[in-house]
Design a protein around this ligand. Structure first.
Ligand code: NI
Length: 172
């Protein structure tokens, strides 16, 4: 089932999420809903707080190109266990902040540990767009948005545009 994505500004997007203590069928169904919502948007990553669930769960699939096989990843309690000193810059966007994009500098490579839907611990290194995406989604679990990396003026400008957009959407 497709879920509604919360739009910034929303207090739920600023709160830290709690660790997932047990993997129930309901949580696996929630992850499936998040993947469906992400692909439909379309987007390459989604964090549970973006659909109003304050639990440490993210989904992502950064495979681009129609001829490449999709690689949906579901991560419960994802943690960055190592990050490279080398950085990379990507123009980031966010499904909770539509139509707004900005360059963000982050570590170019990260090692991530997480629990998969079967309850097994996984660890993998990511680089390129995957590294940026997984860091962006884990930030959501700590109540942090990509605009928090921008200078205050730029951030306020984007927030003002979003307030206006939400007002217009509410009127429709
Ligand atoms: Ni986002």
């Amino acid at each position: 089932m497709k879920r509604t994505i919360l739009l910034h500004p929303d207090p739920r997007l600023k709160k830290p999420s709690v660790p997932v203590e047990d993997l129930s069928d309901a949580r696996r169904a929630l992850a499936d809903d998040m993947l469906e919502t992400m692909y439909a948007a379309p987007g390459i990553g989604l964090a549970a707080p973006q659909i109003g669930v304050l639990e440490r769960l993210i989904v992502l699939d950064c495979v681009k190109g129609e001829n490449e096989r999709a690689r949906p990843l579901v991560m419960f309690n994802p943690e960055i266990v190592a990050a490279s000193e080398e950085t990379s810059v990507y123009e980031e966007g966010c499904l909770s902040i539509p139509e707004q994009f900005a360059d963000v500098t982050r570590p170019a490579e990260v090692q991530v540990r997480w629990i998969d839907p079967q309850g097994a611990e996984q660890q993998e290194g990511f680089d390129g767009l995957w590294a940026t995406c997984v860091q962006h989604e884990i930030d959501h679990l700590d109540g942090k948005l990509f605009i928090d990396y921008l200078k205050p003026l730029r951030r306020q400008m984007i927030t003002r545009k979003m307030v206006k957009m939400k007002r217009e959407l509410a009127r429709e």
